[in-house]
Design a protein around this ligand. Structure first.
Ligand SMILES: Nc1ncnc2c1ncn2[C@@H]1O[C@H](COP(=O)(O)OP(=O)(O)OP(=O)(O)O)[C@@H](O)[C@H]1O
Ligand SMILES: [Mg+2]
Length: 326
């Protein structure tokens, strides 16, 4: 289903949470809304589900205006941050529940559950009580229960946040696979940029009530539209130095740790060190600024390092300057 958001606007009391969002989400797209805590991500999903009312704007699904439709008429699947399974039921009965509520016939229910359990790889636990399965399995059951109805589109609010890091990594891969197999339109909310980068076809950065940038993960990484996004995206924030170091006053240059090489014209003093696998990141003081430099070589705190910058972007007043030459 293609979803169009037209000038969405929402406030609580005098606090504007969503301040004019317009975007088109394509059929079969994995669309991730990324933003810090309190940005309004859950609010936006609740608006799309029909649980929360808009103050202004329209939601169009496949050409049809659904803005004033109640949740049950929108046919959306929503997986919440804190999913709750029915603890006294088996996995099977949990998944069957929304279908029974719709008075679906028993053999049709069986067929659907068989299909969805295969998709989510939970066939072997269908008859276990949900209290006797692992957190990762519970997560999958919650997803199964939400998607078993053949919804028009899928809303997921940090559904993997309860899982530990390693399980979460596998779960991401599975979620992506499920989305492709269903050819579902997924709108997925997270505050974790790594998760967004690994899952999304496109990411929308929600900041101060608007989509500050919408693009493919690599676009956001390479060309963050604002300094704020440059710092928010990436395993380390983008570095910024005054333009004077390249003899351009009035601007700032932004560069990622990965866009530096040891040896060269700039000098810094190592203040701290972080190792990530084989890679070493040096946190350095460069004049009055702090920057992170990528290194394969070990250094000690207090060492002087020289480095060069292999690639950079220019920013003025916190906003990326479009450079036509590149
Ligand atoms: N029902 C409500 N009444 C008043 N204010 C609300 C209500 N729901 C949310 N807010 C406020 O709206 C803002 C956005 O909240 P929301 O839950 O959408 O953020 P979020 O991006 O999902 O954050 P998190 O990452 O922490 O889940 C917050 O400032 C919150 O306090
Ligand atoms: Mg939230």
């Amino acid at each position: 289903m293609m979803i169009e958001l037209q000038n969405l606007y929402k406030k609580y009391g005098s606090k504007v949470v969503i301040n004019g969002i317009t975007e088109k989400i394509e059929t079969g797209e994995f669309f991730v809304i990324l933003g810090p805590s309190g940005a309004g991500k859950t609010t936006l999903l609740r608006i799309l589900a029909g649980i929360e009312k808009l103050d202004n704007g329209k939601i169009i699904v496949d050409g049809k205006d659904v803005t004033n439709l109640p949740p049950e008429k929108r046919n959306v699947a929503m997986v919440f941050q804190n999913y709750a399974l029915y603890p006294n039921m088996t996995v099977y009965d949990n998944i069957a529940f929304p279908l029974k509520m719709r008075h679906m016939k028993k053999d049709e229910i069986e067929k659907r559950i068989d299909r969805i359990a295969t998709l989510l790889k939970i066939k072997d636990i269908l008859h276990s009580p949900v209290t006797k399965i692992s957190g990762g399995q519970q997560q999958r059951v919650a997803i199964a229960r939400a998607i078993v109805r053949d919804p028009s589109f899928y809303l997921l609010d940090e559904p993997l946040s309860n899982l530990d890091a390693r399980v979460r990594f596998t779960a991401r891969g599975e979620l992506k696979r499920i989305q492709k197999e269903l050819n579902g339109t997924f709108i997925y909310v997270t505050h974790d940029q790594k998760e967004a980068m690994s899952l999304a076809d496109r990411i929308a950065v929600l900041h101060e009530g608007i989509f500050e940038q919408v693009g493919k993960p690599e676009e956001l990484y390479e060309y963050p539209k604002t300094k704020w996004i440059g710092e928010f995206i990436g395993d380390f924030p983008m570095n910024f130095l005054p333009g004077s170091i390249i003899n351009e006053d009035g601007i700032e240059i932004g560069f990622r740790p990965e866009w530096t090489l040891l040896g060269g014209e700039f000098k810094g003093i190592v203040e701290s060190i972080e190792s990530v696998g084989e890679n070493i990141y040096l946190f350095c003081k460069v004049k009055d600024s702090s920057v992170v430099i990528f290194s394969k070589q070990r250094y000690d705190v207090g060492d002087e390092v020289s480095f060069s910058i292999t690639k950079y972007r220019k920013f003025k007043d916190g906003i990326l300057i479009k450079d036509d030459k590149k």
